[in-house]
Write a new protein. Structure first.
Length: 108
């Protein structure tokens, strides 16, 4: 962090990026990261979606015919995020939880 504080941030902010050296751009990026993000990595929530029955079957580890059967029974209704034409977009985590819930309820 000593090196980051030693750079002249004001002069870098006034210069166009195309006039900076690669080192100056990196120094400025590190300064901004330390200043505004507290030096922590920003974790973005990734959307965990399956586009279609085949994609959901691969994600869950279940055959497509079983996915179709569970969908027909309405098990995955709450996991459906969107319907785009004939493609159905599923939330994988929610679908997995609903399938497990259905399985445990059926076994009892």
């Amino acid at each position: 962090m000593e090196h980051i504080e030693s750079i002249d941030v004001k002069s870098l902010l006034c210069r166009p990026i195309w006039q900076m050296t690669g080192k100056e751009v990196c120094d400025l990026a590190l300064y901004i990261k330390a200043q505004y993000l507290g030096g922590e990595e920003v974790s973005r929530k990734t959307n965990n979606y399956a586009y279609g029955v085949r994609s959901l079957s691969e994600a869950i580890g279940c055959c497509e015919s079983q996915i179709h059967a569970l969908k027909k029974r309405g098990v995955f209704d709450d996991a459906i995020v969107s319907r785009i034409g004939k493609k159905i977009v599923f939330d994988i985590d929610k679908a997995r939880a609903l399938a497990c819930e259905y399985k445990t309820g059926k076994e009892e």
